[in-house]
Ligand binder design. Structure first.
Ligand SMILES: *[C@@H]1O[C@H](CO)[C@@H](O)[C@H](O)[C@H]1NC(C)=O
Ligand SMILES: *[C@@H]1O[C@H](CO)[C@@H](O)[C@H](O)[C@H]1NC(C)=O
Ligand SMILES: *[C@@H]1O[C@H](CO)[C@@H](O)[C@H](O)[C@H]1NC(C)=O
Ligand SMILES: *[C@@H]1O[C@H](CO)[C@@H](O)[C@H](O)[C@H]1NC(C)=O
Ligand SMILES: *[C@@H]1O[C@H](CO)[C@@H](O)[C@H](O)[C@H]1NC(C)=O
Ligand SMILES: *[C@@H]1O[C@H](CO)[C@@H](O)[C@H](O)[C@H]1NC(C)=O
Length: 347
């Protein structure tokens, strides 16, 4: 976003904003960035970018085989080598006990208890201190009876932290969730700490593409849930990134972007139908228009573009079809996705 004084008089002030060739086909990553860029507009809290004390080297590729890449039955293995996140793996007779913030591993022949805060901002002590801690407890006793028996793995994570800021909801939540759970092909149950109903409804379209099951609110669901396997914590590769070399099935950011598309397609089709039935005002949408589409995300307040009217006029003059998007905090993500997905350039 460019913040300019409104005294900018001529077009050369505006041109740098139109930074990409309008004819150039959009790439998956480009689109994803567009989306996240926009989503951050909807945020209710400040955007936090990684602080300087975490180097890309430290976070980047690591050639040695990942710790815990194989986990024997009846064992717990924690990978604490990454800078952004810890992830623990439990295999065997896994049972929850919310009242003591515990996940037990029964019939385990190890005794080492682990503690973990399942959130991806490991290097930010303040943030992490506000994330609930889970105790992973091996035991050789036979446990309390299961209230709910699941025959698929669990993935435990927190929607605390910066949740509420859409950038972070993707960067620290949705993308890591994809990285961690897509390999299960929806045969996975999400167990959420610091569960928020609004978060679950906001991302329901995406969550239902990642899991066939309703998520569990760990804090308030006092039943004993039993799993054959659990992953506690989310894997994360980098800021808004998916490193396909670290993914099962070589999944890339393009696959993630396809998931978004599948997630929002049904809702968008529905919106289109509603528009079709409404009146003829929308008919012009069907008029073929070969001009490239430029979407301006209009912010009112911080990071607003003060010469937005001039920008819009200029963009139209040089051949763009311009749409000005003014999302508020209740704007549906599907509608925003629809606008961005059909754009060639985002300002
Ligand atoms: C107990 O641990 C040993 C090695 O640590 C392993 O080989 C064995 O399979 C484990 N036993 C059970 C019942 O999991
Ligand atoms: C793993 O261990 C659990 C309990 O110790 C046992 O019930 C289960 O059959 C084991 N699974 C496999 C695949 O060995
Ligand atoms: C469980 O482990 C403890 C030591 O950790 C041992 O004293 C006890 O005998 C074990 N119980 C069973 C049933 O294996
Ligand atoms: C992933 O990519 C590597 C290297 O390109 C290739 O050897 C491997 O077969 C691929 N795996 C899958 C599941 O596509
Ligand atoms: C998003 O854009 C792509 C490429 O133009 C298109 O194939 C896809 O159907 C669009 N998705 C939705 C949900 O409209
Ligand atoms: C911007 O927000 C303020 C306060 O919410 C409001 O008074 C003002 O009308 C808004 N301006 C525009 C252009 O929407």
């Amino acid at each position: 976003m460019v913040h300019r004084r409104s005294d900018s008089s001529e077009s050369n002030h505006l041109l740098p904003l139109v930074h990409s060739d309008p004819k150039k086909p959009k790439s998956a990553h480009h689109l994803l960035l567009l989306l996240l860029f926009l989503f951050s507009v909807l945020s209710f809290t400040f955007l936090r970018v990684p602080t300087g004390n975490i180097s890309d080297d430290a976070l980047g590729a690591d050639s040695s085989p990942a710790p815990c890449s194989t986990v024997a039955n009846s064992t717990i293995c924690c990978d604490r080598t990454a800078k952004r996140t810890d992830v623990c793996y439990m295999r065997g007779d896994v049972r929850t006990e919310a009242s003591s913030s515990s996940v037990f591993l029964f019939n385990s022949n190890t005794t080492r208890q682990e503690r973990i805060r399942p959130y991806t901002r490991k290097w930010e002590a303040d943030t992490m201190s506000r994330i609930d801690e889970l105790r992973l407890r091996p035991t050789n006793e036979t446990g309390s009876a299961c209230d709910v028996v699941h025959d698929v793995p669990a993935v435990f994570f927190s929607t605390g932290g910066y949740t509420g800021n859409v950038y972070h909801e993707f960067n620290d939540g949705i993308i890591p969730l994809y990285v961690t759970s897509q390999k299960f092909n929806r045969k996975v149950v999400f167990v959420i700490l610091e569960y928020h109903d609004w978060w679950v409804s906001k991302y329901a379209n995406i969550l239902s593409r990642l899991s066939d099951f309703d998520p569990i609110d760990f804090g308030s669901d006092k039943r004993v849930h039993c799993f054959p396997e659990a992953i506690v914590g989310l894997k994360i590769h980098d800021e808004l990134a998916i490193d396909s070399t670290k993914m099962e099935n070589n999944k890339t950011i393009r696959d993630f972007r396809n998931l978004l598309d599948e997630s929002y397609k049904p809702r968008i089709e529905h919106i289109k139908q509603e528009e079709g039935g409404a009146d003829n005002k929308q008919q012009r949408i069907r008029t073929p228009d070969s001009r490239p589409r430029l979407v301006v995300v209009s912010r009112n307040g911080s990071r607003g573009i003060e010469n937005e009217p001039e920008l819009v006029n200029l963009a139209a003059k040089i051949g763009f079809r311009v749409e000005v998007l003014r999302p508020d905090r209740t704007t549906e993500l599907a509608k925003i996705y629809r606008s961005l997905n059909s754009s060639d350039v985002l300002v």
